[in-house]
Design a protein around this ligand. Structure first.
Ligand code: SF4
Ligand code: SF4
Length: 714
């Protein structure tokens, strides 16, 4: 810590509390320009267990980290609290540094006095009290919480790949070349998938990969085969593959889902002449036929519409934009006299280096006409013409055609639901498998050994498929090359001496990480597969005997933070019969509400400083007992911020929370407590304004109803 780091011995609880250091970050003037960091440091010195305090201009700098490590060593610190910017940004950084200084990584806590305080309460006298409370909450959490227990398991260096399109073949070949044994399963009777039928540029590559994969000594190919059962944990999965009537059991370390997407055929009954209205895939064959035969393309008026017939939403937007423009170029090259028109609502380019811009330029130079239409005036395919409205004048434009080419509608493969259920993967509203947003919390991320690649997520073109396949291969190799797999991420721990074997936890675990195991006695007791557990906390809420601990989010850690949340404001004179500004304790899921509060800070949107934010792993961990405790201990209102339905990082934590809040509100009403003191809100992590609006509206409601007598339930 800095030169002003002060070792001191001040607390009567010193023997009971871990030796704690508090470091207050000035962040240049970003924090110090608003908050008196020296006063915060001095206030922190009075907290139980705090034996060292300091202020640092930039603790996350190389020098700052070195001084923190020095302070840990010299003062034999067991815990360190950094009061600075958002933990989502810097916690891992501090934890890694503390680990090298001999401290347990989870002995470091970061509380946000920048985005959650200095940035949003710049001219608010309550800012100092809030910052002091946030530090007190952090110190009490550090003192109360249990440390995660590191788990380590053996790892198999083999992989199962499901799907033999471009991505599956690429990954299989690359893993096998790196010495890993690969089982490649394909539900069809031949390798290659379906993408080459509509992405003509993939065909040659797929053919050459099929040859390599079919003869590779490290690859076992199973055709007409499906994954029907999965057990085990990351690094050691036992899978059952069914081929016809035969079932085969395999042990693999990792599983790759590379099943791609499926094109839907057109509904021919909708068109006057279905032979003239075709998909990109069909048109690709026509173009190829003409090119191979060396013939001109025998069409004069070609209209390509870059959206599918279902429309409204086109899942293949990048893909259809690029494919459509490419085909327009080919058509013009084969028949320069043809009138080729591209109708589009939006042209989607997947990033700066995406080839679409260059292709559009080439198409224009060849004489292809581009015509934009609006969502409310979609093109109508009439008998002889495609009819659209000019977007500028609104006047009808009739384009004659002898071929209309529609983008294909690409949908998830038939087995997407089955795979999602077997592998605990989330799906979007269309059924595509959702990509994990692990980048948002790198420090808490542990690799599951299950990877989804390519169009199984969302339709992508050949370039993107290859990019994803190479990236996945390298992640897989890093994963499979480990001697063993270990995690110290917070996962559920069960006190077997307390567990009664009721099975509640087993029922609510979204990833089937808990099982009841028969013990010596008659009882079957709960056991957690640590590598499968995501630490969502759903099980801890339903355990009737509090046998489950989620390190960092255990009952003690949460309750101690609730107790400290308004500790600096306890002295406010509540005995006066005056309307007091309502105090709000916000339990904030770190993927949604906490992130939106961070963003509100970054955008510097002010809100009441009488709000304290308690970071939670997931809304699944919102426990009615904690909410009640908060209402009984100085919170006028409890805000619960969760992800929107369908967006929960852990599956359905938000839906469990919604159900629990409903029941709790009924109970509150029965006991004479105004249930409007509890509010559940669904928030998106990128909605800083939404967070502030929610606080303002809840505060208004509380201000109207929560005058002093309601602060207690008497
Ligand atoms: S914390 Fe969540 S994932 Fe882990 S065992 Fe409990 S319910 Fe399952
Ligand atoms: S809910 Fe609690 S008591 Fe019931 S089986 Fe799970 S750990 Fe044991």
């Amino acid at each position: 810590m800095g030169a002003d780091g002060i070792p001191h011995k001040n607390s009567p609880d010193l023997d009971a509390s871990p030796r704690t250091g508090v470091l207050v970050c000035e962040c240049g003037e970003e924090i110090a320009g608003v908050l008196d960091t020296t006063a915060l440091r001095d206030t922190a010195a009075d907290l139980p267990g705090v034996i060292y305090t300091g202020c640092e201009a930039y603790p996350c700098s190389k020098d700052g980290l070195l001084r923190m490590q020095q302070a840990i060593t010299e003062n034999k610190l067991e815990r360190v609290l950094v009061a600075g910017c958002t933990p989502r940004l810097v916690e891992k950084h501090f934890r890694d540094a503390a680990l090298s200084a001999g401290l347990e990584a989870d002995g470091v806590e970061v509380v946000d006095i920048r985005e959650h305080c200095a940035f949003v309460h710049a001219h608010d006298p309550g800012a100092a009290l809030k910052a002091a409370d946030l530090i007190a909450m952090g110190v009490s959490r550090l003192a109360a919480t249990s440390m995660p227990f590191p788990h380590s398991y053996a790892l198999l260096s083999s992989a199962l790949i499901i799907g033999s399109g471009l991505s599956g073949l690429t990954i299989a070949n690359s893993l096998a070349n790196a010495g890993h044994h690969v089982t490649l399963i394909e539900s069809a009777l031949e390798l290659g998938g379906t993408s080459h039928t509509f992405q003509e540029n993939a065909k040659d590559l797929i053919d050459s990969l099929i040859e390599l994969v079919s003869t590779h000594s490290n690859i076992n190919v199973l055709l007409d085969s499906r994954l029907t059962q999965v057990a085990g944990s990351p690094g050691s999965y036992e899978v059952i593959i069914t081929s016809g009537n035969q079932a085969k059991t395999l042990a693999v370390g990792a599983i790759v889902v590379a099943t791609g997407a499926k094109p839907l055929p057109l509904d021919g009954s909708r068109y006057f002449d279905p032979l003239c209205v075709v998909t990109h895939a069909h048109f690709a064959q026509e173009l190829k036929g003409a090119a191979t035969a060396g013939d001109d393309l025998a069409m004069q008026d070609i209209v390509l519409i870059l959206s599918s017939e279902a429309d409204g939403e086109d899942h293949g937007s990048h893909l259809s934009s690029l494919t459509g423009v490419r085909q327009a170029i080919q058509a013009k090259q084969l028949n320069p006299a043809a009138n080729v028109t591209v109708l589009f609502r939006e042209l989607f380019s997947a990033g700066e280096n995406h080839p679409l811009g260059e292709k559009i330029q080439q198409a224009k130079e060849l004489g292809v006409t581009f015509f934009r239409y609006r969502a409310e005036t979609l093109p109508v395919i009439a008998d002889k013409t495609v009819d659209i409205a000019d977007p500028l004048t609104g006047q009808p434009v009739l384009l004659p055609y002898d071929r209309v080419v529609l983008a294909m509608q690409l949908v998830p493969q038939d087995n997407a639901d089955t795979l999602a259920a077997l592998l605990n993967l989330h799906q979007d509203k269309h059924g595509f498998l959702i990509e994990e947003r692990t980048r948002l919390l790198p420090g808490r991320y542990s690799d599951t050994g299950i990877y989804v690649v390519g169009s199984a997520h969302q339709p992508v073109d050949t370039t993107d498929v290859l990019l994803q396949a190479y990236m996945t291969s390298s992640r897989l190799q890093r994963f499979l090359n480990q001697d063993s797999i270990s995690t110290s991420a917070p996962v559920a721990e069960i006190a077997q001496e307390t567990c009664t074997g009721c099975g509640n936890c087993v029922q609510v675990c979204p990833v089937s990480a808990i099982q009841l195991i028969q013990k010596d006695s008659l009882l079957s007791l709960a056991e957690v597969e640590a590598l499968c557990c995501t630490g969502c906390g759903n099980c801890a809420v339903v355990c009737p005997v509090n046998a489950i601990i989620i390190p960092g989010w255990d009952d003690l850690a949460i309750v101690s933070q609730i107790n400290s949340a308004f500790s600096s404001t306890h002295t406010r004179d509540d005995t006066q019969n005056a309307v007091l500004p309502p105090r709000i304790l916000a339990f904030a899921c770190e993927w949604s509400a906490y992130a939106s509060a961070d963003l509100a800070g970054t955008l510097r949107i002010p809100y009441s400083s009488d709000v304290r934010i308690l970071r939670m792993s997931c809304s699944a961990r919102f426990d009615p007992q904690h909410i009640l405790w908060a209402l009984l201990n100085n919170a006028d209102g409890v805000l619960l911020g969760a992800c929107h339905p369908g967006d929960c990082h852990y599956g359905a934590g938000n839906l469990y929370a919604e159900e629990r809040v409903k029941v709790l509100k009924q109970l509150l009403a029965d006991y004479g407590i105004d249930p409007r003191r509890v509010r559940l809100e669904f928030l998106a992590g990128d909605d800083g304004e939404g967070f502030v609006e929610t606080i303002a509206s809840f505060r208004d409601d509380l201000g109207r109803k929560m005058i002093k007598p309601l602060r207690s339930i008497s």
